[in-house]
Structures are given as C-alpha cells and as structure tokens.
Design a protein around this ligand. Structure first.
Ligand code: NAD
Length: 541
C-alpha cells in the first residue's frame, strides 16, 4: 500500500575520510586491502537470480603488479547476453510496478551499506583493481557512489512531483513510466561510482538493466553487485555480464526491446554505438534513449593576474591525480609568459616530491595506469613528443611496465598551440603547456575554444573579475563544467552536475535530475470529472 505522500531523507554529501597516519580508518582500510590482495576471488556473472560460471576465465590483476593474481572472472558469450536480456525483460513488469518508495529504499540501503559495512571493502577493491590511492578511491567508490544513490532518490521525487495544472472540472496528471524495454549500461574502468550509477539510475526509475563493465573494473564491480544484492535488489533488475563489447552490441542493438543506452567511456566507442543504433532504428519498438558521457581535453587557462602558486597546485592535482585518468583531468594549459618562470619552478618542485608506486604505500601520490593497452598508448605519445622540434619534455618522460604499468608524470612544453598533445585525449599523466604572450589574452581564449573537439571541463584562473567574465563568455561552449579559480576535476554530486557537450557527450548531467529524466517516458492523463453530454457548443446558438 502506498497510502501516503512520503518525504525522502534529505540527501547530503557523504563525508570524506582522510586516512591520515594513526587513524583507525587507515588501519581498517589497509586490513581490507591486504585481505583482498591475499585472497583469490572467483567472480561469476549475475543473470537473474543465478551466479553464472562458464569456466572460461579472465585474469584479474592489479595495475601496479600485473604478475599478481587477485582472482578470475567468468567470460560469457552471446548466449549470456541473450539470457541477461531475457532476465531483464522478465523482471520488468514487477519491478516497474513496485511502489517508488520501495525502489528508493533499496538504493538508500545500498548507499548506507557503502558508507558503513562495505566502506573499506569497496575502497580497497578500487585501490587494487583500478590503481587508485586511498583518497582517490574514497572520493570515488565510497563518497561519489553513495551520493549518486542518495541524491538520485531526491531527484526522483522532484520529477514525480512535477505535475501539470488542472482546469476546473478536470484533473491532469503526469505518470513517469519506465521505458518500454530494457536499458543497456556500458561502463568505463576509471570510476567505480560511475560503474555502479549507470545501471542503478535507470533501475531506480523503474527500468531493468543489462550491465557490461570494463574488464579492468570487474573486481570492484563484483563488490558493487554484492552491495546491490544485500540491499535487496530483486533478481533480474540488474544483470551483470562479462562479454566483449561487440558480442553484447551485436545482440542488444538488434533487439526489438532495446530501450536505452547508458554509456560512459571513450568518444570513439560511443560514436560507433550511436551509429549502430541509428542503422538499426527501424528494428526497435520505440526510439531508444542514448545517454553518453565521453572523452575530454580539459584545459587550465591562467590570466596574468592570477597568483602563480594557485595555478601550480591546480596543475599538480588536476593533471596528475589518478595518473590523469579522469575524463576531467587537466591535460592542456595556457600560461602567460610573465607567469611562466614561477609556474615552471613551482610545478617542477611539486613533481620532484611526487612518489610513485603501489597504493598500499599511502605515501604514494601516483600509482600505475590501468593496463598494458593504456600504458603502450601513453608511452607512444611520449615517444612521439621526444621526436618533435616544437615540443620539449621538461619533467618525467620515463615509463616502465616490468612490474606494473608505471608512467612518470610528464610535462610537455610546446611552442605550437595545435601540437598533437594539445588536441588529442591521452588519458594518462601527460600535461602539455603552451606559453602565450600576455598581450594575446583574447586570442588565447579563442585558441582554447577552437583547439579540441571536446568540451568537458575547463578552468580559468584570474584575480581580475573582468578577465574572468571575458573568459567565461569566450569559452561558453568549450566546457560543460567550467571552473573559476579551481582545478577542473573533482565534481561533487548535488553540487556540480557533471557532463560535457561537443565531442564529450550528450551532457545529460550525471548527478542531477536531468539524467533521471532520460529514463522515464511520461504519460499524460487527463481525467474529466463530469463529462459533457451534448455536442453543441454555445456559439452554435
Ligand atoms: P572505453 O571506451 O574503452 O570503454 C568503455 C566501455 O565500452 C567498456 O565497458 C568497454 O568494454 C565498452 N566497449 C568498448 N567497445 C565496445 C563495443 N564495440 N560495443 C560495446 N561496448 C564496447 O573507455 P575506458 O577506457 O573504459 O574509459 C576511459 C574513457 O572514458 C575516456 O575517454 C574518458 O574520458 C571517458 N570517461 C568519460 C567520463 C565522463 O563523464 N565524460 C567519465 C569517465 C570516463
């Protein structure tokens, strides 16, 4: 019975543990890390109520020590994609009809489990699987993930309470139906929170989901699923499968009941999926919703009035935390020549203190990049820079994959504002800097706007308010998340709704009601309280 108009708990951001030396949290986190490091997990797919093991195994290894095996996952084929779709469709009716407050309660419980019982487990799993230090794992797997779930419940009620006016004698209502079919969630390696949120958001709105994570995130995805199950998510609502992208895509994008894609990952993959959906458009029952948050080439622009040390810190953190593997990471910077000596000195001094290694040693600011493919790609960019005349590496430039996938934080300075590494997303710890003449401020803003196809995040540092306004106007379409005197990373759910446009995605703003709206299909109901009984209008006399 839903005889009540219920208020949901007011969402607030999960407090971040700092894991300072000597704190009990640090001890508890390290204990969980060591336990998961020493164990060997056997990770099944989750289809309906079943844990599916195929015996065809993929290896789970930490990026900082690829010779160490954390466990195995069971690789599926097209029959598992089909089973997951069938299971999602079978669960759809009952789940969609579940009173919203019960769906809300399940995800609120999941958030509570993340911030309490599973806090250290999901944090340590993310440190191990994705190569994050404890702070990066905390702000992702614990805080952002719990925030997504709690704030989304609030946004759901905002959407449901958005109701039309009613003229006298009439009652108009909007019913926010789930989509007619299943949703396909395809998630990236770099954030456990995004991986959990992409299937959870459509599910909260009453949809059922097939979820395909990135291979390198399966270890922590398994913990996400453990939490969803303990929270009481019914079987079949989220079906987790490990198959090659194209194997899943071939089946799903030809299915009549495919109703939506919730994607985060690279621009090239998203464009490929969109094209496939477009080609198959006549096969579907309804027009599928396509939501994709993709790559970035995120900028920091310093105005000559900005304090140099603020710019230095923005670059040290913005470009190199999590080895530059955030879609929002600063990867191109524009520094005025008058400020450059101070920024260069400060940046080199910071980099000289960065320690790199395993996340278990909490003194390490920098860890490994995610896998061999990423390592080779980043290394090839560094090699390319070394061969060019119009760019120079002033810090880093080394890499070594003998034990783990380690790439030194690397700073490139170029005299060519359209240099390749100013334009393309590298997704690694490589920052390219262009030093502009102070007098060329306005022209530099134009350069920033025109240099890359992406438009995800960007930051302007200025002590001069007129210059900040000029930059905000000139860069209106250059970033979906624009920062004034702050680094371009670290968006917080409920505070800075996240997403970019141009090549960076559909900008449906994860962590806001805008995203949730994509997972409902509104039905307008007009009810006439006393229907007319004579067709003749008064004007007919
Ligand atoms: P990726 O594009 O390589 O993979 C993303 C997902 O797509 C994975 O699950 C992968 O297996 C799947 N996939 C790949 N090919 C497929 C196919 N043909 N069919 C179906 N699925 C397929 O990205 P990644 O390396 O995991 O993540 C890094 C990328 O994600 C970067 O470009 C980064 O900028 C972007 N990203 C964007 C945001 C954002 O909010 N804008 C957030 C995080 C990451």
């Amino acid at each position: 019975m839903s005889n009540g108009i219920f208020n949901v708990p007011v969402a607030s951001n999960e407090p971040i543990y700092d894991y300072a030396p000597g704190t009990p949290e640090r001890e508890a986190l390290l204990a969980s890390y060591k336990e998961q490091y020493a164990a060997t997990v056997d990770v099944p797919m989750y289809i309906g109520g079943e844990e599916v093991r195929t015996g065809q195994l993929g290896k789970l290894t930490p990026p900082h020590e690829h010779g160490h095996v954390l466990g195995h996952y069971h690789i599926g084929d097209e029959s598992h994609v089909k089973a997951a779709v069938d299971s999602a469709l079978a669960a759809r009716k009952q789940w969609g009809a579940m009173p919203w407050e019960h769906r809300a309660a399940i995800f609120l419980k999941a958030a509570e489990l993340i911030s309490t019982k599973y806090r250290y487990k999901i944090n340590a799993a993310t440190m191990l699987a994705q190569g994050k230090n404890c702070f990066q794992a905390e702000i992702d797997a614990v805080c952002e993930f719990a925030d997504f779930l709690r704030f989304n419940v609030e946004y759901m009620t905002q959407i449901y309470s958005d109701q039309p006016e009613s003229a006298p004698g009439i009652w108009n209502r909007l019913e926010y139906r789930p989509l007619e079919g299943f949703v396909f969630a395809v998630t990236p390696f770099n954030f456990t929170a995004i991986a959990g949120n992409l299937p959870a958001t459509p599910a909260l709105m009453g949809n059922t989901v097939v979820w395909k994570p990135a291979d390198s995130q399966i270890f922590s995805a398994n913990v996400v699923m453990e939490i969803f199950k303990e929270a009481g998510l019914p079987d079949g609502v989220i079906n987790l499968i490990y198959v090659d992208g194209p194997v899943a895509g071939d089946y799903i994008f030809s299915h009549r009941d495919f109703a939506g894609l919730h994607f985060t990952g690279s621009t090239a993959v998203f464009q490929h999926l969109w094209k496939t959906i477009g080609t198959n458009i006549d096969k579907y029952r309804a027009y599928p919703r396509i939501v994709g948050e993709t790559g970035g080439k995120d900028f920091v622009v310093a105005h000559p009035s900005a304090p140099a040390q603020q710019v230095v810190t923005a670059l040290s953190r913005g470009a190199f935390e999590f080895q530059g593997q955030k879609c929002s990471a600063a990867s191109r910077a524009y520094i005025p020549s008058s400020m450059w000596p101070a920024v260069k000195e400060g940046l080199l001094a910071d980099l000289a203190t960065f320690k790199m290694g395993s996340p278990e040693d909490m003194g390490n600011f920098i860890n490994a990049v995610i896998d061999e493919r990423a390592f080779d790609k980043i290394a090839s960019y560094i090699d390319f820079v070394k061969e060019q005349d119009d760019a120079e590496i002033i810090a880093g430039g080394g890499y070594d994959k003998s034990v783990g996938y380690f790439v030194e934080p690397t700073v490139v300075v170029t005299s060519n504002p359209k240099f390749r590494t100013m334009v393309e997303e590298i997704f690694g710890p490589v920052l390219t800097i262009y030093v502009y003449e102070d007098a060329d401020w306005a022209a530099t803003l134009e350069l920033v706007d025109n240099t890359s196809d992406y438009a995800l995040t960007g930051a302007i540092y200025s002590a001069d308010r007129y210059a900040a306004i000029e930059a905000a106007n000139a860069l209106e379409n250059a970033a979906g998340n624009f920062y004034i005197n702050d680094k371009p990373t670290g968006a917080v759910v409920g505070q800075q709704p996240f997403g970019g446009s141009r090549g960076s995605g559909t900008n449906d703003k994860a962590g806001s009601y805008m995203n949730l709206l994509r997972w409902v299909n509104a039905r307008t109901i007009k009810e006439c309280l006393v229907p007319p009984t004579d067709y003749r209008y008064p004007f007919l006399g």
